[in-house]
Design a protein around this ligand. Sequence first.
Ligand code: IMP
Length: 172
Amino acid sequence: MIDRTLLSESQIAARLDQLAAQIDAAYEGRPLLAVGVLKGSVFFLTDVLKRLKIPVAVDFLQVRSYAGTASSGNIQLVHDLSMDVEGKDVLLFEDVVDTGLTLRKIVELLTSRNPRSLKIAALLKKDLEENRDLTVDFLGFTIGPEFVIGYGLDLDEKYRNLPYVAVWDPSR
Ligand code: IMP
């Protein structure tokens, strides 16, 4: 039911080279606090961070949607950061922006903690009306509305370890 490879390992690697260069340039040597949203962003985050030249600290948080579907917007913080973000340059790493509701809630939460700056890096953003106003500062790829797996993205906790991104087609 893995329909087709959407983004190959080499396509992802080439894009991450570009993103890392953009991030290095944007922060001009200032130290960065990279915040990964567990679990999907882990592959993307580590692969970008390995390419950076600026000093980087890393932390993680985990959220879960509750009382309904993933796009309900009701999210619960199940694992908070271990570090204080106040006064820091924070770069949030997300795997995929679908409706954007998860990201909006996390941005709201982190903004309330007074970081010096807060920017967003996402591997994928689905081309949807709902997320159109949500700015991703460092975006890997814009994709269609299809469900994707691999490179951190899961279907019921499976397929995260695929080194590429593939489209999931349950009808096949
Ligand atoms: P949003 O709140 O609708 O933007 O959903 C974001 C979260 O839903 C992501 O961090 C993923 O965990 C999950 N998600 C959305 N679309 C996909 C997909 O195509 N494959 C795997 N997970 C997805």
